[in-house]
Structures are given as C-alpha cells and as structure tokens.
Design a protein around this ligand. Structure first.
Ligand code: NAD
Ligand code: IPM
Ligand code: MN
Length: 349
C-alpha cells in the first residue's frame, strides 16, 4: 500500500525559495519510486512575510509544524532588509531549539573527485554531529554601556551535561550502526575551561562503545588537519558554533556550499532538512543557484522517512549530473537552477 507523508516547506529568503521549488520534483519522483506520496504544504515565512506583517513564525504555525507534519524542508533565512536577523533566529534557530532537534547531522562526502580543491586522490567521507540546542546559540548574555566607547557585550556559552551527553551518544550510535571505527571530538578546552565537560562526557559515553576509537582534537588543529588529511576523518562531534564553522570548511573540501545538505533531528520525531548554505542574496532571482544541496537535503529527508532506496537514487542522480557536467556556474557549468534540477529528476527511476 502506498504511504503518504506530509512535508511542510519554508522557502525563506534569497535563493531559498528557488532551490526548494526546483528540488521538489526530484524528491517527489524518488519518493514515488519507493511507493510513497509526499503531500506538500508551502508556508510563507521569511523576510518578506516578516516585513509585511511583523510575524516571524506565529505560534499556530509552530504547533502545526510540531504536531501535524512528517518533515520540514527549509531553504534559507537571511535578508539584508532584516539586519538584526530576528526572523531567521525565530524561524530556523527557533524551530531547531523548540522542536528540540538536537542532532545537526552534516555529511561531507566526495561526490565527484574533481571537485576537491586539494592535490591527490581524496576520498572524503565524514559526518559532523553538531550539537544543535545550546552553546552560544541560545543568545543569552548581557550588554552594558551600549553605544559608548566602553560598550560591553557578554555572550553566554551554555553546555549542560544531559545535552552534551545526548549528542555524543547520537554520534557513537550512528558510528556503530554505520560501521565507523573512530570518532573525533572537538572543543577548545585548553582556552575555555568549560569545554572540559565535553572531554569527561566523551569518555563516559564512549565507554559504552568500546569498539569505536576515541580521539580528541582542539578545534584549531582540527581545522588544519581537515585541510591536510580530510580522508582520515569518519565522525566529528562538536558544539553548535564549531560545528557550524567546520561544516562550511567540509563543504569547501567537496565542491562548496551548493552541494552541502543537513538534517536537524531528534530520533523518533519529524526532522527539519535544509541545505547548509544561506540565502546568497547576490545570486537570488538569477536562476544560477545550485539546487543540489536542496535536493540532497531532500535525500536526507527521504532517508528519515524510511525511504532509503529513494534517498540513494537521488544521490546517484546528483553524482551522475556532476559526471555529465550538468551543473550551475558555481561548479563551472552553464546550466540554470531549473535545468540542473530537471536533469536530476529525469535521471531518477
Ligand atoms: P551563503 O551560504 O548565502 O553564501 C556563501 C557563498 O556561497 C556565496 O559566495 C554564495 O554565492 C555561495 N553559495 C551559497 N549557496 C549557493 C548555491 N546554492 N549555489 C551557488 N552558490 C552558492 O552565506 P552568507 O553569504 O554568509 O550569508 C547570506 C545570508 O544567508 C545571511 O543572511 C546569512 O545569515 C544567511 N544564512 C542562512 C542560512 C540558513 O538559513 N540555513 C545558512 C547560512 C547563512
Ligand atoms: C547554518 C547557518 C545558521 C547557523 C545561521 C543562519 C544562523 O549558518 O545553518 O549553518 O549558524 O546555524
Ligand atoms: Mn552555517
């Protein structure tokens, strides 16, 4: 019997709506090949809606997304007309936090060898487990003497044992389920003593996974090693901010932000899926944005819905598009957003 899943989309700002709209036919076709139907609902939230109405994400929309949908697919949030980024904090960070989607799962994988800017053959395949509900992202802090020469801004970085433990455990469990043999935990505990909590819990949680080797890297040296020898990493687990930064570094190793997808997850609940890239305002409306990251975010979504074969077929079609040079200008091609997405959709079984 065909299964049906409800998917809410928030295109958002800049290139967000373009890449989401372009990605939908490929995701839908892959789902159909897995005998599943996706029922889409397009929500208007983003900078335009905020500027027109003052609303970021209304309560009713939040409870609807929490209670009624099987997945959420988001384009990107961020618009120069909203310099304070209030709407992005409420919509994107707000959903991650209020839905308690504590795993930000960000795979970095070689999809085509020519896209790696490094010398030599670099089969890169690691996943970043980014803590998604605390760290600096709670926006807590104080300010004083604003607007004066003595202005002070204090940002609180929050790390609590249960939340650190659960992201560490998620990384170990994924490693175990996926045959990975080593996890790298990254912090900055030499300069930020609070990060020692991560060291302690890494060992405590890791003791339940004796077959998985544990290694620790300060984030500065990890950034260097990711450039020198990215192929040696399998799973990286780290805090919210470092995970944000390292995932763009990872994207740069395998072809750029036009190819990087992510999943915001809480096991057992509906997830939120998105390209890693932002709204790229200078590209908006030109038909040049690479839709592959959004399509691959769709593949992560299909996987979370149990449609593993459909997810694999989407990835394979993206790889074929890269091999065939069916790409947007960021990857050296001449195709438009729409043309690349259509080529991928038509390639699917
Ligand atoms: P960005 O990801 O929008 O762009 C960074 C660079 O990557 C630019 O050179 C851009 O042209 C390129 N790029 C990004 N996506 C691309 C695509 N699909 N195809 C081709 N090239 C692509 O990051 P930024 O410039 O730092 O931020 C712009 C806005 O997006 C800001 O408001 C920022 O806060 C926001 N942002 C939102 C998200 C999100 O919603 N998930 C993520 C990152 C940044
Ligand atoms: C990302 C983005 C967001 C983040 C921004 C837009 C707040 O950079 O999803 O990587 O920092 O999490
Ligand atoms: Mn980011």
């Amino acid at each position: 019997m065909a299964r049906s899943f409800s998917v809410a989309t928030i295109g958002g700002d800049g290139i967000g709506p373009e890449v989401i709209e372009a990605a939908i036919p490929a995701i839908e076709r892959a789902a159909a090949s897995g005998d599943a139907t996706l029922v889409w609902e397009h929500l208007p939230y983003g900078a335009d809606h905020f500027l027109a109405t003052g609303e970021t994400l209304p309560d009713g929309a939040f409870t609807h997304l929490r209670d009624d949908v099987d997945a959420i697919l988001i384009g990107a949030l961020g618009d120069p007309r909203v310099p304070g980024n209030e709407h992005a904090r409420d919509i994107l960070l707000g959903l991650r936090l209020k839905l308690d989607l504590y795993v930000n799962f960000r795979p970095t994988r070689t999809l085509h060898p020519d896209l790696c800017p490094l010398k030599g053959d670099r089969p890169i395949d690691f996943v970043i487990f980014r803590e998604n509900t605390e760290g600096f992202y709670l926006g807590r802090g104080d300010s004083s003497r604003e607007g004066t020469a003595e202005e002070e801004q204090i940002a609180h970085e929050v790390h609590t044992a249960p939340k650190v433990s659960r992201i560490l455990r998620a990384a170990f469990e994924w490693a175990r389920a996926n045959g990975r043999t080593r996890i790298t935990m990254s912090d900055k505990s030499n300069a930020v003593p609070m990060h020692r909590l991560w060291r302690r819990l890494f060992d405590e949680v890791g003791a339940d996974f004796p077959e998985i080797a544990r290694e620790h890297r300060y984030v500065d040296v990890l950034a260097m090693e990711l450039v020198q020898a990215p192929e040696r990493f399998q799973v990286i687990v780290t805090n919210n901010l470092f995970g944000d930064i390292l995932s763009d570094l990872g994207a740069g190793l395998v072809g750029g932000l036009g190819l990087a997808a992510s999943a915001n997850l809480h096991p057992g609940r509906a997830g939120l899926f998105e390209p890693v890239h932002g709204s790229a305002p200078p590209l908006a409306g030109k038909g040049v944005a690479n839709p592959m990251a959004a399509i691959l975010a769709g593949a992560l979504m299909l996987e979370s819905l149990g449609l593993d074969d459909a997810a694999r077929s989407v990835e394979a079609a993206v790889r074929d598009a890269l091999t065939e040079g069916q790409t947007t200008p960021d990857l050296g091609g001449k195709r438009s957003t729409e043309e690349v997405a259509r080529w991928i959709a038509e390639r699917l079984p």
